[in-house]
Design a protein around this ligand. Structure first.
Ligand SMILES: [Zn+2]
Length: 259
């Protein structure tokens, strides 16, 4: 699952780096707007003239995710310490409609995960993933307790948010670790032919079947598997470069490389 992030930056925002430097945010803060029936566009319009008091980086409603401030720089969303330490901040627009809530909530938790995943920060409750309520309790620079009450009005707890963001984060890791192409060798005698095939495919990963001829899991999960020597590995998107002996295999490889 993936969503589009629309970018519509508010002009004139300050460009203050985080404590750790430009772009080096340390976590995310989850907010809700406390404004039932609002929308991304309405909130952005409001911030156009009021950003000196407060602004976040993103708004989410049931229709879209919109980025209104550059995540390389601080926003004014949760008090001096959190803002400057470096928290990217996301506002969830509010609705009383459960269907709209569910759509917005799915995008909200996905976005929080994506922002953490982009910097490989992990999902750590109260450290990298904070509610505005947690920020208020930790640094006492604001008294806001969002988005807890709003989530509760739709039957969700903060623990649900942590679990859902974690699930999305883990999914992003799995999707990233899937190889596009891998080469599977039958024995180490196939190495030189296999290395040429891998080179032709941008030096993709090379695997060798183990003594019992089983296929390594990473090779199995690759989007395409090129088998050099030996029998088919049964991969759904397989290129089999293999003959009845090593000469026939070499010929199949040469033909493939000549393409
Ligand atoms: Zn807040």
């Amino acid at each position: 699952m993936s969503y589009t992030i629309e970018q519509n930056l508010i002009p004139g925002l300050p460009k203050e780096p985080y404590v750790g430097g430009v772009g080096n945010y340390v976590g995310v803060i989850a907010h809700s707007t406390a404004n039932n029936g609002d929308s991304v566009d309405g909130e952005r319009n409001y911030e156009l003239t009021t950003w000196q008091n407060a602004f976040a980086h993103f708004f989410v409603d049931d229709q879209k995710i919109e980025q209104v401030a550059d995540t390389n720089y601080i926003c004014y969303g949760a008090g001096h310490t959190a803002n400057h330490l470096g928290y990217v901040q996301v506002e969830l627009c509010q609705t009383t409609d459960p269907t709209k809530f569910n759509k917005a909530y799915a995008m909200y938790t996905w976005l929080l995960a994506k922002l953490l995943y982009n910097r490989k920060l992990s999902v750590v409750d109260g450290i990298t993933l904070m509610s505005h309520a947690q920020v208020s309790a930790k640094w006492h620079e604001s008294n806001h307790t969002d988005p807890i009450e709003y989530l509760a009005s739709h039957g969700k707890t903060w623990a649900n948010v942590v679990a859902d963001v974690t699930a999305q984060y883990n999914l992003m890791g799995e999707e990233d670790s899937v190889l596009n192409v891998a080469v599977l060798l039958f024995t180490k005698d196939d190495y030189w032919a296999g290395a040429d095939v891998a080179a032709k495919n941008g030096n993709c990963a090379l695997f060798i079947r183990s003594a019992n001829q089983s296929v390594p899991a990473e090779a199995k999960s690759a989007k395409q598997l090129i088998v050099v020597g030996g029998p088919s590995a049964g991969h759904p998107n397989e290129v089999l470069l293999s003959g009845k002996d090593k000469y026939a295999t070499a010929a199949a490889v040469a033909k493939y490389l000549g393409q």
